[in-house]
Ligand binder design. Structure first.
Ligand SMILES: O=C(O)CCC(=O)C(=O)O
Ligand SMILES: [Fe+2]
Length: 261
């Protein structure tokens, strides 16, 4: 894990000419480096301060050859880490299924058929009080496995207050995404979170997003529906949810409201 973390940091230390080749503004490009810094993209009055490299990482054989060749160990280390993270996510999803009273392998199909990683880099920021790394959002996918740095920055919204999630050495943070809330008919809730910056230390994190295949139909599981418990959410294709989420910039209230039954 240390090697993976280091190779991810190295990617952002590559020279600008190389990073320029990986850069794209197109949110649908499968492998792209992006930044919210030089343009000073804003979220309301808040400036954003994050560079990120985003790409699919499952099934590995379909995507690994499209990843950068430099740093030279990027494909090897991030590939090995992706396999481990996907296995961990499957174990967690089996436990969640059991906890919900669904069959163990409920999610072991197209519901968890893809995984993407966002390698986030937050350089030390001269004005942390005026910036956010990532603004308030819930993840659009099924479940997220987040590898934090040793530098803190992640916060979750709990009862109207932002609570810091301090990094634990070699631990992952597990986030429930919108799709898990919808499939569980609201029994599990996705949680709003954000990342703040600081003036002394750069921070690099990796969010592994386990997600349904784009054509997969998402709806509350039949097991949660009876005459006393109608479906809370409607049925839709994941790709339609994803487009809407991107168009609405992940606004939790707007997105949630639009997919209510
Ligand atoms: O970097 C972090 O701590 C959070 C990143 C995040 O929430 C995301 O990439 O969706
Ligand atoms: Fe997130």
């Amino acid at each position: 894990m240390k090697e993976t973390r280091n190779v991810m940091k190295e990617l952002f230390e590559m020279d600008d000419e190389y990073k320029q080749k990986l850069y794209s503004e197109d949110p649908l490009k499968p492998c792209r480096l992006h930044t919210s810094r030089p343009t000073h993209a804003t979220d309301g009055n808040q400036h954003l301060w994050r560079d990120y490299f985003y790409h699919p990482c499952h099934p590995l054989e379909e995507w690994q050859h499209l990843w950068p060749q430099n740093p030279t160990k990027y494909r090897e280390y991030v590939g090995a880490c992706s396999v481990e993270v996907k296995n961990l996510a499957s174990r967690i999803l089996r436990l969640i299924s059991e906890g919900l009273g669904l069959k163990c392998e409920y999610f072991e199909n197209e519901l968890s058929g893809s995984m993407l990683v966002s390698v986030n880099h937050y350089p030390a920021c001269p004005e942390p009080s005026l910036t956010l790394g990532v603004s308030k959002h819930s993840d659009p996918n099924l479940i997220t496995i987040l590898l934090q740095d040793y530098v803190s920055g992640l916060q979750v919204l709990h009862n109207g207050q932002w609570i810091a999630v301090e990094p634990l050495p070699d631990a992952f943070v597990v986030n429930v995404g919108f799709q898990l809330q919808i499939i569980s008919n609201g029994r599990l809730k996705c949680c709003d979170h954000r990342a703040v910056t600081n003036s002394s230390d750069a921070r690099t994190t990796a969010a592994f997003f386990v997600a349904p295949l784009l054509d997969c139909v998402i709806e509350p599981a039949q097991a949660f529906i009876d005459e006393h418990h109608p479906p809370v959410f409607k049925s839709f294709k994941y790709k339609d949810f994803r487009s809407f989420y991107i168009a609405e910039k992940g606004d939790t209230e707007v997105v949630m409201k639009s997919f209510l039954a």
